[in-house]
Design a protein around this ligand. Structure first.
Ligand SMILES: NC(=O)c1ccc[n+]([C@@H]2O[C@H](COP(=O)([O-])OP(=O)(O)OC[C@H]3O[C@@H](n4cnc5c(N)ncnc54)[C@H](OP(=O)(O)O)[C@@H]3O)[C@@H](O)[C@H]2O)c1
Length: 314
């Protein structure tokens, strides 16, 4: 029987990725980190490489990827840090990455993301944040499923956000064709999709020993805020009652991803949402913490899976 007790760990919001992975030996394990050349992705990749894994930075900016790889090799002494091209908003690029992958994959960290971008559409007409944050990662993970299954006990990490509290997946108009575009609703919707993916993938892939969990990394100043003017960011924080927010460092921001990717405390655990290195409780109105019930809804998760397959096949 599945243990449904909430997972707690000795780690906190202040823990770093290096602290979380201490004592874990990833020698012989192969890892992919999307968006591994910026922000949280760099520190996620560094901690996993530091624990001995072969780490592939899946990036759209190869130059930044090579620079980051050199830096990680220099700081960890692990020479197995590779760089491969991946543009999540481009189906052909995702397919090429999958086709080029050879052998088992033990840990896939779906970390890349775009936040609150102005209205932008892919050539297919898909809204960019949903296309990048969800559809691209969905195509990547399902494409790599045989490699994950071959690893035996693989983990997939789905980097979501507390912004998922801003919107469920609006199945009637995912791509903002009927409603007016709103950058934060689009971001929130895509981040709910990241949680629903963990719910359905864990169910479908349990027999292959693959577990998938979602997480909120915390608030970290990175390139993610590039589309948000500083005064808007501050006004938003004031409105939400979070003006006194303490930003995490990128090393702290990577901690929950690394915990979900490696902690023995999560063995066999899937379809859950973590924040500050612990499983989150249900969202309480008036806070920015916890997980929305719509993000863990198994029916919505199954529907999103089918919609994603249909969308990518069209
Ligand atoms: N920072 C926070 O406060 C915060 C809070 C909650 C959740 N998150 C989540 O944490 C994750 C990492 O964010 P971050 O803060 O580290 O942001 P970041 O520094 O902007 O890193 C995001 C990465 O995603 C990559 N990316 C964007 N679009 C892509 C595409 N089409 N194909 C491939 N890669 C693409 C970016 O590549 P380029 O460098 O080429 O643009 C970048 O490397 C995101 O999923 C974000 O939603 C962050």
């Amino acid at each position: 029987m599945t243990d449904t007790r909430r997972i707690t760990t000795p780690f906190t919001a202040q823990s770093t990725a290096a602290e979380v992975v201490e004592g874990v030996d990833l020698t012989g394990r192969r890892v992919v980190v999307t968006g591994g050349a910026s922000g949280i992705g760099v520190e996620t990749a560094r901690a996993l490489a530091g624990a001995g894994a072969e780490v592939t930075l899946a990036v759209r900016n190869l130059e930044a990827g090579e620079r980051t790889a050199e830096d990680i090799v220099a700081t960890t002494g692990n020479k197995q840090v590779l760089v491969a091209p991946l543009d999540l908003a481009d189906r052909a690029s995702v397919a090429a990455f999958v086709a080029a992958w050879d052998g088992p994959l033990h840990i896939l960290v779906n970390n890349a993301g775009v936040m609150a971008s102005p209205e932008t559409r892919t050539p297919e007409g898909w809204e960019l944040q949903f296309a990048t944050n969800h559809l691209g990662h969905f195509a990547l993970a399902t494409g790599l499923h045989p490699a994950l299954a071959a690893a035996g006990g693989a983990r997939v990490v789905s980097v979501s956000s507390s912004a998922h509290l801003r919107s469920p997946v609006v199945f009637g108009d995912i791509h903002f064709r009927e409603r007016a575009y709103e950058p934060w609703l689009a971001y929130g919707q895509s981040k709910t999709a990241n949680v629903l993916f963990a719910v359905e993938a864990s169910k479908r892939w349990a027999a292959d020993g693959i577990t998938v969990n979602a997480l909120m990394p915390g608030g970290i100043r990175t390139n993610l805020q590039r589309h948000v003017a500083e005064e808007d960011l501050q006004a938003m924080l004031r409105q939400s009652g979070a003006a006194g927010v303490v930003w995490k460092t990128p090393e702290q921001g990577a901690a929950t991803s690394v915990l979900v990717a490696t902690s023995p405390l999560l063995d066999g655990v899937g379809g859950r949402y973590f924040e500050d290195c612990n499983e989150a409780g249900p969202h309480q109105e008036g806070t920015r913490r916890g997980v929305a019930s719509y993000a863990l809804d198994p029916e919505a998760a199954a529907l999103l899976w089918q919609v994603s397959i249909d969308t990518l096949a069209a």
